[in-house]
Design a protein around this ligand. Structure first.
Ligand code: GLN
Length: 514
């Protein structure tokens, strides 16, 4: 069962050669054989998947067909599924159970998708290698000494290794596209606002997107079609009509204008990757597309702007994990409520002592108050010290710094301006061309452990992907061939806001041309 696509499964279902329940069993078998080595799944939902499959089979027997019935999906563990744990790959949430279903999941389930389990990821989706997860690293199925990419590394590995037809990832700066490239699968980061973020645990809210990963562009198109569209629970979800993305797969690129941004084919790019992307572009040209060089002049500032803005947003989003409402709580005996009640009492007594002119008693009470305040602070500090890993702490500190008074103008505000310039670069390029083609990553999958102690080297790996999130535009990664190292190489297509259809159209043709 190397590359099971949903389209294959659907044909088999139609011909009564299989059932949804049988599909679930075969994927669970595969997971059982392979997950110990790869660590792609953090948790399985065997009962939930089997029950839903049985229900779908009974519906099918009565003639009720659903568009995605029998689609077996892995779900990145930053997405909420009611009644299941959502750990975000963090000790902080290792015991946290979700009370809601993410809108994307609800829509997919209604369309017949079956969720088989939660996939591993970098802690709070911060990382490019899936090595920051509290659940341990994921291995690349193509070469287990290599990383699968991150942060949606478990999702990419699960699909690449045939443990699910498809998986959901999230992409804040490349977390769907880079692991798709490293593992040799298709991954789509939709336009910001295309898919509701309701039920996605926030990393950087103005960047976060949810998208599908699968073996074929067609499967990805079908998942997007089911998930996309406005949602009253997410004010940033856009009220833009959802086209039929499968209808967009016309098998033709005749007359399409492709742009090659020169800044993406510069120093630091592996030569073989460059050649493989060019080779695909030559074939697209032979198939009727036109090709021209374009410029996105502010590309160089992308990484800096991205890591300033996302850490700022993360420091604010992650402030909620203080041991009081969510997840892990340090073992400080006094709970918040008791502390607060005592605090009020002490304050009252101190004020009374002051009013009565009893200075000595007021002083003693003030000392008790100070001591007690530090106890509450200790609860916060110990909880966060114990609950977060090194990379998350690094980003909270960076983010707090760039937002602090005196530095806000120099870093945060400046980065916001760069964000606008980068967006303008894209707007301008899309006046001349319909789609941009770039490499997905500067190198193929690197070795486990090789960058984990060098954050800057890790961040630089995102050089081709962060710009799409800064601008909010959609990005699709499709396999472009195999590197001489034996590792997969990905090619990235970037498009206009809400024009996923063109990306899917071109990506599909590019994949089928060899
Ligand atoms: N690697 C990038 C980061 O560490 C992207 C992460 C993501 O897209 N979630 O922030």
């Amino acid at each position: 069962m190397p590359y099971p696509t949903f389209s294959d499964a659907q044909r088999a279902l139609k011909n009564d050669e299989t059932s949804c329940e049988a599909l679930v069993s075969s994927f669970l078998d595969r997971i059982e054989q392979r997950n110990d080595e790869l660590n792609a799944f953090i948790e399985l939902d065997e009962d939930g998947a089997r029950n839903h499959a049985r229900y779908l089979d009974s519906q099918r027997a009565r003639g009720h067909e659903r568009p995605l019935a029998g689609l077996i999906v892995g779900v990145k563990d930053v997405l909420c599924m009611r009644g299941r744990k959502v750990t975000c790959g963090s000790k902080m949430l290792s015991c946290f159970e979700s009370l809601i279903d993410a809108t994307a999941l609800k829509r997919l389930r209604d369309a017949g998708a079956i969720f088989i389990g939660k996939t591993n990821c970098d802690e709070f989706a911060m990382g490019s290698s899936n090595e920051t997860s509290h659940a341990g690293p994921v291995r690349n199925p193509v070469d287990p000494t290599r990383v699968p990419g991150g942060s949606s590394g478990g999702s990419a590995a699960a699909v690449a290794d045939g443990m699910a037809h498809a998986a959901l990832g999230t992409d804040t700066g490349g977390s769907i596209r880079q692991p798709a490239a490293f593992c040799g699968v298709v991954g789509l980061k939709p336009t910001y606002g295309r898919v509701s973020r309701y039920g996605l645990v926030a990393y950087a809210s103005s960047f976060d997107t949810i998208g599908p990963m699968a073996h074929s562009v067609e499967d990805v198109a079908r998942l997007l079609e089911a998930m996309a569209g406005p949602d009253p629970n997410d004010a940033t979800s856009a009220d833009v009509p959802v086209p039929s993305y499968t209808d967009a797969l016309t098998n033709s690129v005749e007359g399409l204008r492709i742009g090659l941004p020169k800044e993406y084919f510069a120093e630091g790019l592996d030569e073989e990757i460059q050649e493989m992307v060019y080779a695909k572009v030559r074939r697209l040209k032979a198939a009727g597309a036109t090709v021209q060089e374009v410029s996105l002049p502010h590309t160089d500032y992308g990484i800096a702007a991205y890591y300033i803005l996302t850490t700022a947003e993360a420091s604010s989003n992650l402030a909620r994990y203080d041991g009081v409402r969510y997840g892990h709580r340090a073992d400080v005996k006094e709970t918040r409520d008791t502390l607060q009640a005592e605090h009020q009492q002490l304050k009252k007594s101190r004020d009374t002592a002051q009013a009565n002119g009893n200075a000595e008693r007021a002083k003693a009470l003030q000392e008790a108050l100070d001591a007690q305040e530090s106890l509450l602070n200790r609860l916060y500090a110990d909880t966060r010290t114990e609950g977060f890993g090194t990379e998350v702490k690094r980003r909270i500190m960076l983010g707090t710094y760039v937002l602090s008074s005196g530095y806000y103008d120099a870093y945060y505000e400046k980065a916001q301006r760069v964000r606008t310039l980068i967006r303008n670069d894209f707007d301008q390029a899309f006046e001349a061309v319909d789609v941009l083609i770039t490499p997905a990553t500067p190198t193929p999958a690197f070795e486990l452990g090789s960058k984990v102690d060098d954050p800057l080297a890790m961040y630089l790996n995102d050089v081709y992907t962060v710009t799409a999130n800064l601008a909010g535009v959609p990005g699709l990664v499709v396999p472009a061939g195999t590197h001489s190292s034996g590792l997969p190489v990905g090619m990235q297509l970037l498009g206009r806001h809400f024009d996923e259809a063109t990306l899917l159209q071109v990506g599909d043709v590019a994949m089928n041309l060899s």
